[in-house]
Design a binder for this molecule. Structure first.
Ligand code: NAD
Length: 254
């Protein structure tokens, strides 16, 4: 389905990004693992067929320039980018450290902007492209104590719509995926923290805390998110652009 395509997936040393990289590779793409943790990046490169690890901190303009330059020199094209790298930080707004605010916005919003900025000129030359941004149910809803995360995830939906309109004439689509809670290391850490905070067992956290506003009372799997990313990366979705597609068990329905 994606034979001959070159895909860059950020933060693909773990969790959702790794599942997406694996799915795109199994469907014919050559995948660049753009990850800032060496060990995770190298492990993913070993495990995922037709993949190449390039160390990259997406919040660093020089790293992103180097990433796109290396991919372009080596393959002569960039067809698909998946902006997935992310992290969480939880604090009351009045205690939220500016440093953490800047880090989260830098990785999840500025990082996506940088990837898009430097990949688009190459995509335009190929007259085809797919930009997939991993937002969140928190791109549509708020939760307390997540000022930076919710702001970055709302922001990326706006960025997605802008570039979708700018790039439509070049056969480049841009969409956001908005998952509910997916069991990955990022969420496991929250489960551990929330169990302490609410003084309940870790096994009770999903139903009593995380999924209390979600009609389907189970966590989304990384494979479900990867399947949606594969569809958005393919030609089958060519008229889907500027959208933010929820995969959240009904959480954000009103
Ligand atoms: P994860 O912690 O398993 O993986 C995140 C990856 O991003 C890690 O490999 C990490 O090293 C990498 N990363 C972090 N900062 C980076 C940087 N500056 N440059 C390059 N790589 C960096 O997390 P996950 O749960 O798989 O989350 C992936 C994305 O999905 C995030 O954007 C997250 O906000 C989003 N998301 C997750 C959930 C969930 O429930 N897990 C729900 C909705 C959205």
């Amino acid at each position: 389905m994606l034979n001959g395509k070159i895909a860059i997936v950020t933060g693909s040393g773990s969790g959702i990004g790794k599942a997406i990289a694996d799915k795109l590779s199994k469907n014919g793409a050559t995948v660049v693992i753009a990850e800032f943790l060496d060990e995770q990046g190298k492990k993913a490169e070993k495990e995922i067929k037709n993949s190449l690890f390039i160390k990259c901190d997406v919040s660093s303009e020089s790293d992103v320039k180097n990433l796109i330059g290396s991919v372009s020199d080596r393959f002569g094209r960039v067809d698909i980018i998946v902006n997935n790298a992310g992290l969480q930080y939880i604090s009351k707004v009045e205690d939220f450290p500016l440093e953490k605010w800047n880090q989260l916005i830098g990785i999840m919003l500025t990082g996506a902007f940088l990837l898009i900025k430097y990949a688009v000129p190459i995509m335009k030359k190929g007259n085809w492209g797919r930009i997939i941004n991993i937002s969140s149910a928190h791109g549509k809803e708020a939760s307390p104590w997540k000022a930076a995360y919710v702001s970055a995830k709302h922001g990326i939906i706006g960025l997605t719509k802008v570039v979708a309109k700018e790039l439509a004439e070049f056969n480049i689509t841009a969409n956001s995926i908005c998952p509910g809670y997916v069991l990955t290391p990022l969420v496991q850490k929250q489960i551990t923290d929330l169990a302490k905070q609410y003084n309940i067992g870790e096994d009770e956290v999903p139903s009593k805390v995380l999924l209390k506003d979600q009609p389907i009372k189970s966590l989304v799997s990384v494979d479900e998110v990867a399947e949606l990313a594969l569809y958005l990366a393919s030609d089958k979705s060519k008229h889907i652009t500027a959208q933010s597609l929820s995969i959240d068990g009904g959480w954000t329905a009103h």
